[in-house]
Design a protein around this ligand. Structure first.
Ligand code: PBG
Length: 323
């Protein structure tokens, strides 16, 4: 035999030296669930070992992460039911604790890269990402709200805005509003290819943000479609997005791969709450080994083409695998 591929696998050092895919800590993004108040750390039932935190705990968490080398954070708010309305107006209210938290985090830790969520659902009494009227989502009317929300977040000091709503035309709409208001350096990480996935369930538990009627299939994508993924990504690229995201990650590695090969800007994948829960519950039941499973999972996302990975396992990965 002339070709013996096993020769290149014969020791740890050889395997390490020729391994094609390595994750660098800078490529990991750590999600944080922020809740109003003080001294609150409440575990999310469907996401064991993951918590909603009040700002005091968030600041401690960020300090710990920075020590590990994690610099990128994506922040999501849990909003009290009494503050929700059909137009998500609390999202740009000047007293909004989420906006204040952005300011506090950026003041205390200017070196962080803070990514926000732009969508109506956590603030909407209907739980939808757009204005919901007579069973329909009003796309163009929603843009105005996303614009106000984005400006408020940019003013608070967010580095990168993450529109996760899947309305048509929102990247250009937000880019123009940001530019007009002198936020030319505020970036847009677009949730370009976001599927209508069952794997967002635990996230909706965490924020109590599930849609009260219907589902999100008129704006989020059909899991069986991939041509549409390229179309969505192309539109967002042309509208000025700085990053393109694929979400969820694991069942959509082919989509990550296609975007990586078609677009010359960073591709982000979101390893979502249900994907975390799947691993965590299997681990809690001793079906799989946590360290091995997490390492394999994240490395495969990078191999598929993700430049950046948002994962509830980012901190665990940093603690266990970054030398
Ligand atoms: C809000 C939003 C969702 C997620 C991120 N931003 C939920 C949804 O679209 O219903 C899901 C993330 C996760 O499951 O970890 N639009």
């Amino acid at each position: 035999m002339i070709r013996r591929p096993r020769r290149n696998r014969k020791s740890d050092s050889i395997r390490d030296a020729i391994s094609e895919t390595k994750i660098h800590i800078e490529e990991l993004i750590h999600p944080i669930f922020l809740t109003d108040g003080k001294n609150i750390k409440s575990e999310i039932k469907s996401m064991p070992d993951y918590f909603r935190l009040s700002l005091d705990f968030v600041l401690k968490e960020i300090e710990e992460c920075l020590k590990l080398g994690l610099t990128h954070f994506i922040l999501f708010p849990e909003i009290e039911e009494s503050k929700k309305d059909i137009l998500a107006s609390y999202s740009y209210n000047q007293n909004n604790f989420y906006l204040k938290a952005i300011k506090d985090i950026k003041t205390k830790f200017p070196e962080t890269v803070l990514i926000t969520d732009v969508a109506m659902d956590p603030y909407s009494s209907d739980g939808h990402d757009g204005i919901y009227e007579n069973g329909k989502i009003l796309n163009d009317e929603t843009l105005g709200i996303l614009g106000k929300m984005s400006l408020a977040q940019a003013e608070a000091g967010a580095d990168i805005l993450g529109p996760s709503d899947m309305m048509d035309g929102r990247v250009l709409y937000l880019r123009e509003i940001l530019d007009k208001n002198n936020f030319k350096d505020t970036s847009i990480m677009s949730y370009s290819v976001k599927y209508a996935s069952s794997f967002y369930g635990p996230f909706r538990d965490a924020l109590n943000s599930a849609p009260k009627f219907g589902n999100k299939k008129t704006y989020q994508m059909n899991p069986g479609n991939s041509k549409e993924a390229i179309l969505e990504a192309k539109i967002d690229f042309d509208e000025g997005a700085d990053y393109l995201m694929v979400k969820p990650a694991l069942h959509y590695l082919d989509i990550i791969y296609q975007l990586k090969n078609n677009f010359q800007i960073p591709i982000v994948c979101y390893h979502v709450s249900g994907e975390y829960a799947m691993l965590k519950f299997a681990i809690k039941n001793n079906a799989i080994d946590e360290k091995k499973a997490v390492e394999e999972t994240l490395v495969c996302m990078k191999r598929a083409g993700a430049d950046l990975i948002i994962s509830y396992y980012s901190k665990f990965y940093a603690e266990n695998f970054i030398k």
